[in-house]
Write a protein that binds this ligand. Structure first.
Ligand code: ZN
Length: 217
């Protein structure tokens, strides 16, 4: 058993594998069904993916462990898509529009480069769901606005703006330092690591708020 917020964070990352990562070709095959999954490639290829109500693993390899020479997305994903499409056609209740979100999850927009809250100067940003205890409270220190005036971080919509401003002011006068690693989500999520640089973030499919409410338990 793992904590429900941990499970949700993993599902959030594995949803990105479908949306932007190695299994993004599966996305077009499913409308209105939430899917998450992970490809695997070594001498064989596999894909493990799931909806909120059904999980399926496909492995493709050779009995003598000879090199298959195909990635998981090439070898196993097509069979997974075929099976899931048939299963959901027969029994739509095996799908599901979204993964149930437990309390204690915060949705934030971060700069994947720094892992801190993304600001207007950040070249790229990504909306992630993290457990409250892992949510970053510091605005991105790598892409600060160049003015000398007081830094404002989108003000009204940020719940933590007063804290963040205080920290920004502090960091301006000191050497650039790494934020507390305990407070920063790792920018190297599996999905992020496999993203091709410059992949556009799709703001219309994601909330653009940097910080949203904390679900009450
Ligand atoms: Zn940044």
């Amino acid at each position: 058993m793992i904590d429900s917020t941990t499970a949700y964070m993993i599902t959030d990352m594995l949803s990105d594998v479908i949306k932007r990562g190695t299994a993004r070709r599966a996305q077009a095959s499913f409308s209105k069904v939430a899917i998450a999954g992970k490809t695997g490639t070594s001498r064989d290829g596999w894909f493990v993916g799931y909806t909120p109500n059904l999980v399926c693993a496909v492995w493709v390899g050779l009995d003598d462990n000879e090199q298959l020479g195909m990635t998981g997305a090439e070898a196993a994903l097509p069979a997974w898509v075929d099976f899931m499409q048939d299963a959901l056609a027969i029994r739509p209740s095996l799908g599901g529009a979204s993964f149930p979100k437990p309390g204690g999850i915060l949705t934030v927009r971060v700069d994947p480069e720094s892992g801190a809250l993304a600001g207007p100067e950040c070249p790229s940003s990504q909306v992630v769901s993290v457990a409250y205890r892992f949510a970053p409270a510091v605005a991105c220190y790598m892409h600060m606005p160049s003015t000398d005036s007081e830094i404002s971080i989108s003000d009204s919509e940020m719940d933590v703006s007063s804290d963040a401003n205080a920290l920004n002011t502090e960091m301006e006068s000191e050497e650039m330092s790494q934020p507390d690693q305990m407070n920063a989500p790792t920018p190297e999520s599996p999905a992020a690591a496999e993203d091709t640089p410059g992949d556009p973030v799709e703001p219309q499919s994601k909330p653009t708020r940097r910080t949203t409410r904390i679900d009450s338990r």
